[in-house]
Design a protein around this ligand. Structure first.
Ligand SMILES: Cc1cc2nc3c(=O)[nH]c(=O)nc-3n(C[C@H](O)[C@H](O)[C@H](O)COP(=O)(O)OP(=O)(O)OC[C@H]3O[C@@H](n4cnc5c(N)ncnc54)[C@H](O)[C@@H]3O)c2cc1C
Length: 585
């Protein structure tokens, strides 16, 4: 057992971007006794790649991390700066090309709200005012959410300072977009990402739509180093600051007594004691499998996760292709392409039986198979070509292309082991054929390396719940603003915090780093509260003594960085009234 210390302040489960961010954030506020347990052999989680036959393969998220610009760095940009971590960030303006042949749409959009609005206007004349109005509204809501994540004011201040947020919070994305009277074609262009995700705009809260759109079309920089390298850099920094980071160590159980966390047990049987656990693992898994004993999990916690629908899981093909992108017919960094935007297709995923039937068809699809033929429940496919964002990351004369379609998390649950390899090949064939059908160049003979990822891969490698990668589907009843309000109240087990999608102020993509920071914020606030309680029971002369720890000082100084507990004590009646008023307005 000498491998571990007797006790840690915080054990972090998962050495991913979120886990490392949490460790660094805690350290920056004076918490030094931290253990990070990672079940894999490298940091980074989903973004950790690997090298095969000399070629790097890693997930390149189509929505890059939001660093902001040099002049106006985002919260993440400032966090890395404050942590003393230099990142190779470079300007990059292309956002996405949207190709919808059946709708006569082929438009490439760039960063900057005005520029994107002009580009949509060029494709659909007369829409500039509406699109820029929508984008500016998204930005207002985004800024309000950022401010509210620091301090949730009283009802009057909320209405005065955040009128756009209040007015739109009770409505779906479809309802707010409709107020701009845009032609359907412009709405389709603006909807591609949501169709890809399988989210219907009439059930997606406008607040969550706004968070994503405002960030996606803001000026940003692209990370010129692999995200796995970034995670490694964060790990080294956390270790230099005193954290213990251990690989190939799976936390199997989270130990709880009388409603409070007191440690974890690894798959090797080591019992490690701590005051707090930060989990990058979904609450779905923690509350149903990891907490020991399960009787310590409140029914409300199980109900809470059960009431939310899991978002999609990816079927991805990552390829290294001989020849330049131009030679291979790949013209953009990120392309959404689809042959349909029917809402029915989005809202009614294929049943398991239908999915099984399609997957069981082992014949390779024809080259002209439309995107719809790809056996997922969604029509939209995303293609990311790393060469355009970061040419240095790809060997000269090669193309790095990844294609992803999203499937329901249930898609693979009935697949027999023996048919799985064939199904993977079939899926990859379908994705590639659909892309070639759009791009017009058959690069198949020139593929030199290929990796196919399914929800099964993700689930096995990372342990994400059912292979999902985006947490839960945004829904009005689990509104981001409500999550922000009630975050403190939703600490079902004392001392246990979650990162990722459960970070309330984050949308469903790009949540890794802010999610880690928020989970650290929960721990820091709780430490502060405990300290305050101790101080208030001490005599006045000792309350201000020199013995105050670094934790107390630094967390007090930076109280505004995360006020989840403060928000938790805000009168919930007041909050509900505010939303209702927003809806009435
Ligand atoms: C194809 C694809 C496309 C994507 N596109 C985007 C995009 O455009 N934009 C975007 O922002 N995101 C995108 N994502 C999702 C993004 O990669 C994830 O959101 C992100 O990696 C989640 O980061 P995380 O730090 O929260 O945890 P993860 O990356 O999920 O890592 C969790 C870590 O915890 C470890 N772990 C799990 N259980 C245990 C345990 N019991 N004990 C010890 N360790 C454990 C895992 O090994 C892993 O290292 C995409 C993902 C994929 C696969």
């Amino acid at each position: 057992m000498g491998f571990y210390k007797e006790h840690y302040d915080v054990v972090i489960i998962g050495g991913s971007l979120a886990g490392m961010s949490a460790a660094l954030q805690l350290q920056s506020k004076g918490v030094s006794s931290i253990l990070v347990l990672e079940k894999g052999n490298f940091p980074g989680g989903q973004v950790a790649g690997y090298t095969r036959n000399g070629f790097d393969a890693e997930v390149v998220p189509p929505k890059p991390i939001f660093w902001g610009t040099e002049k106006e760095p985002s919260a993440i940009g400032r966090f890395f700066h404050d942590m003393g971590l230099n990142v190779d960030l470079r300007p990059f303006s292309e956002r996405c090309r949207v190709v919808l042949p059946d709708f006569d749409i082929d438009v490439t959009l760039h960063a900057g709200y005005e520029r994107a609005a002009r580009e949509i206007n060029a494709a659909v004349p007369g829409t500039y005012d509406g699109v820029i109005g929508l984008m500016n509204l998204c930005r207002q809501v985004y800024d309000s959410m950022a401010a509210l994540s620091v301090n949730w004011p009283g009802k009057v201040q909320l209405m005065l300072k955040h009128p756009d947020f209040v007015k739109t919070a009770g409505y779906s994305a479809a309802e707010i977009i409709a107020t701009f009277h845009l032609p359907q074609k412009a709405i389709d262009i603006l909807s591609a990402r949501w169709v890809y995700m399988g989210y219907a705009l009439d059930t997606t809260p406008f607040t969550e739509y706004a968070l994503w759109m405002a960030e996606y079309f803001a000026e940003n920089r692209f990370c010129g180093e692999p995200l796995a390298g970034l995670a490694l850099k964060m790990q080294k920094k956390a270790e230099a600051n005193g954290a213990q980071v251990e690989f190939c160590q799976e936390a199997e159980k989270i130990l709880v007594k009388n409603g409070s966390v007191f440690g974890v047990r690894t798959a090797h049987g080591d019992e490690i004691h701590c005051d707090y656990v930060i989990s990058t693992t979904y609450p779905d898994k923690v509350f149903t499998q990891m907490v020991e004993p399960l009787s310590e999990v409140p029914q409300t916690a199980v109900k809470s996760v059960n009431s939310q629908k899991l978002s999609a899981a990816p079927i991805s093909v990552v390829m290294m292709i001989d020849g330049t992108p131009e030679e291979n017919g790949v013209r953009n960094y990120f392309t959404f392409f689809s042959d349909s935007l029917e809402e029915d297709d989005v809202e009614q995923p294929l049943s398991d039986t239908e999915m099984e039937h399609i997957l069981a068809d082992s014949e390779a699809p024809p080259a002209d198979m439309p995107a719809k033929g790809c056996p997922t429940n969604y029509n939209c496919i995303s293609a990311v070509c790393l060469n355009y964002a970061n040419p240095k990351a790809v060997p000269d004369g090669y193309t790095r292309l990844s294609l992803t379609a999203l499937a329901p998390v249930t898609a693979f649950q009935n697949i027999a082991d023996e048919s799985y390899p064939d199904i993977k090949r079939h899926l990859a064939d379908g994705l590639i054929a659909a892309y070639i059908n759009t791009s017009g160049v058959d690069f198949r003979p020139w593929i030199v390396e290929i990796e196919i990822t399914t929800p099964v891969t993700i689930s096995r490698r990372i342990g994400t719940w059912k292979g999902g990668i985006y947490g839960h589907v945004p829904a009005m009843e689990h509104h981001a603003a409500v999550r922000l309000w009630t975050k403190g109240e939703e600490q079902f087990i004392k001392g246990l915090a979650f990162t990722g999608i459960y970070g309330a102020s984050c949308d469903d993509a790009g949540m890794q780093i802010p999610g880690g920071m928020e989970a650290a914020g929960y721990v820091l606030n709780d430490l502060e509260r405990k300290k305050d309680t101790v101080n208030s029971t001490q005599k006045p002369e000792t309350a201000n003594s020199q013995e105050k720890t670094a934790v107390t000082n630094s967390t007090k100084d930076k109280k505004e960085t995360s006020s989840a507990q403060e928000k938790a004590t805000t009168n919930s009646k007041q909050r509900k009234e505010a939303t209702q008023n927003g809806k009435q307005n």
